[in-house]
Structures are given as structure tokens and as C-alpha cells.
Write a protein that binds this ligand. Structure first.
Ligand SMILES: Cc1cc2nc3c(=O)[nH]c(=O)nc-3n(C[C@H](O)[C@H](O)[C@H](O)COP(=O)(O)OP(=O)(O)OC[C@H]3O[C@@H](n4cnc5c(N)ncnc54)[C@H](O)[C@@H]3O)c2cc1C
Length: 292
């Protein structure tokens, strides 16, 4: 396995930017690299270590000093929009935000206007079924070409096979697929509910800047948003060592410079305990916490 790098610094690969290393590391830079995934997964099984794919890392919190496994970074780039058929083809590492902006400026195609401002990759958006005010990634999804880690073959997953739901898809549920490229049909706007919110203005006014994963906890119910619960337990703007909940938006957990993963986890546990004690509700993180 000489193509695997060892003891690699991966701090920049999570949006929280806490110090982290990986025992093994591999980058997929071209299509032919995908064929090595079979060997990598056999090696992981033999060594009894974990594997983790990463695109932009905006939804990942590393809760370890050294990841005892293999981090696989996806760098597959390139996209193409066919103006006549309104079909978009994209490799999984392209940025959703960039594509949405280009579609508007180059092709006057405004269906993805609300995705301007959605951080990082289009593959990540498919994995999570990312959404911006009821415009969901699944709405215009046609199919994805994936590498199946169990059969070690490429296959095509259509809309039905993707099993999309709120902030989820088959890719998230099964963790046996590597997404290579995705096809969208942008002929018609298909948002779940109509919304006139201008996402760009909303983000500017509501969302704080800094190293975060966006909204940190899921909203436990329609009446009780996670942000409201955090405010009620006096954690809005609260700092614990290098970690804090933003003064601007309580559900944004932010890592300041020199913040460690232990600072973040301690503050997360404190929030869960306080909300449980005061409201008998369980806070569940929307951001994926990766333990070694
Ligand atoms: C400020 C801020 C605002 C945000 N606003 C929103 C919002 O409005 N709406 C929303 O839905 N989300 C939002 N997010 C969350 C996040 O940015 C999006 O969900 C984004 O689409 C995730 O993309 P990513 O490239 O960072 O994915 P990553 O976090 O890198 O990866 C997502 C998951 O996919 C897996 N993965 C990576 N590569 C592959 C592959 N090739 N095949 C299979 N699995 C793979 C990873 O293991 C990981 O579990 C926000 C985040 C921030 C920081």
C-alpha cells in the first residue's frame, strides 16, 4: 500500500480546523484512482481500521488527535451544463455555490438561486440532501454514478434508489458508495414548498462568520428550535475555553483559534445536559462527529 500517505495532518479538512492527524491518507485526483478503492478497503479490513471519505468537511467535527484509519479525500472536478436539454453533469467535488452562480450569470438559469451560499461540494449536498428553504438537492436529481465498495463495481443510482429523506440519502444510510458524478435535470423548479426567502440576504444577516459546521443541532420539534432551547438555557454567546455558541445565532457552535476538539465536545455535552434537565428534550447533532 505504498500509495497511502502516513501520519498526515488533516486539520484543514474539517471546518472547525482543530488539530488532527490521520494514520493513513489517500487522495482521489483522477477517475483511475477510484479503482484503487477496492484494495484500500481490503487493506482496512485486514488491518481492522476505519475509513472515512471527505469532500469539504463543512459537516464534520473531528473528535480525535489521530484518526486510527484511512482518510480518503475526494478531489474529482469538472462540470458541464447542456443548455438545450437543461441537464447538468458534475463530478462530486465541484462546489454547489459556484455552479449555482455560474448557471445564473452564464445561462440565466435561476432554478438553483437559493443554493448560492451553500458551502462546499455538490457530492456533500447529495449525501446530506442539503436544502435551503425547501429547495432540496433531491428536487432536480436524476442519477449518480457511484463506486460500490461491497461489489467493487461502478453502478448508477437513480432517484428511487437514492432513498432521499430530510437531510439524508442512501449514501448516508449505507456508507458503501463512493459518489463519482451526478446528473441533475434543471428544466423545472421543483421545490417542496414555495419560499420567497432570499437565501443570500438571509445568510448575510443571520449567519455568523467563523469556523463552524453551520447549524449544529437538529431542531427537536417545530415549536422548539435548537437555537431557542440554547437561548433558554443561557448558552447563547457562552464561551468554554476555545469553543462558543455564537451571540448572533445560538445554534452556531464556533471554534476560535487554538480551540481543541475536547473544548467543542465539552461544550456540546454541557448543552445536551442543560436542555435535558430543563426541558426533558434530547439534542442531537446535525454535524457528524467523527470519533477515532
Ligand atoms: C456556514 C455554513 C452554512 C451551512 N448552510 C447549510 C444549509 O443552508 N443547508 C444545508 O443543507 N447544509 C448547510 N451546511 C452544511 C454543509 O455545508 C452542506 O451540507 C454541504 O453540502 C456539505 O458538503 P461538504 O463538501 O462539506 O461535505 P463533507 O462534510 O465533506 O462530507 C459530507 C459527508 O459525505 C461523506 N463523503 C465525502 N465524500 C464522499 C464520496 N465521494 N462518496 C460518498 N460519501 C462521501 C463524508 O464522509 C461525510 O460524512 C452549512 C455549513 C456551514 C459551515
Amino acid at each position: 500500500m505504498d500509495f497511502l500517505q502516513k501520519n498526515t495532518d488533516i486539520s484543514h479538512l474539517s471546518n472547525f480546523k482543530t488539530k488532527a492527524f490521520s494514520k493513513y491518507y489517500f487522495e482521489i485526483n483522477k477517475e483511475s484512482d477510484i479503482e484503487l478503492l477496492g484494495d484500500i478497503f481490503d487493506f482496512a479490513e485486514k488491518e481492522n481500521v476505519k475509513t472515512l471519505f471527505i469532500w469539504g468537511g463543512t459537516n464534520l467535527l473531528f473528535a480525535f488527535d489521530i484518526f486510527d484509519g484511512i482518510i480518503i479525500k475526494n478531489n474529482l472536478l469538472g462540470w458541464f451544463y447542456d443548455e438545450d436539454s437543461k441537464i447538468l453533469f458534475s463530478y462530486s467535488w465541484e462546489k454547489t455555490w459556484d455552479i449555482a452562480s455560474w448557471l445564473e450569470t452564464e445561462y440565466n438559469q435561476k432554478i438553483w438561486h437559493r443554493f448560492i451560499g451553500l458551502p462546499w461540494s455538490i457530492g456533500g449536498a447529495v449525501f446530506w440532501n442539503a436544502w435551503c428553504f425547501w429547495l432540496e438537492t433531491e428536487n432536480n436529481f436524476l442519477e449518480a454514478e457511484v463506486y460500490n465498495l461491497k461489489t467493487k463495481k461502478r453502478e448508477t443510482l437513480n432517484y428511487e434508489k437514492m432513498d432521499f429523506s430530510y437531510r439524508s440519502s442512501i449514501i448516508k444510510k449505507k456508507e458503501q458508495y463512493f459518489i463519482i458524478k451526478i446528473v441533475f435535470d434543471l428544466a423545472e423548479k421543483k421545490e417542496k414548498y414555495k419560499s420567497d426567502v432570499d437565501n443570500i440576504i438571509f445568510r448575510e444577516t443571520i449567519q455568523p462568520k467563523g469556523n463552524s459546521g453551520g447549524s449544529f443541532f437538529k431542531n427537536p420539534s417545530k415549536e422548539f428550535s435548537a437555537g431557542r432551547l440554547l437561548e433558554e438555557v443561557w448558552l447563547k454567546g457562552f464561551h468554554l475555553w476555545g469553543a462558543y455558541f455564537s451571540e448572533k445565532h445560538a445554534n452556531f457552535l464556533i471554534a476560535s483559534e487554538n480551540c481543541t476538539w475536547k473544548d467543542l465536545i465539552t461544550l456540546i455535552d454541557l448543552a445536551k445536559t442543560k436542555v435535558k434537565q430543563q426541558f426533558n428534550m434530547e439534542l442531537e447533532s446535525e454535524v457528524r462527529i467523527i470519533f477515532s
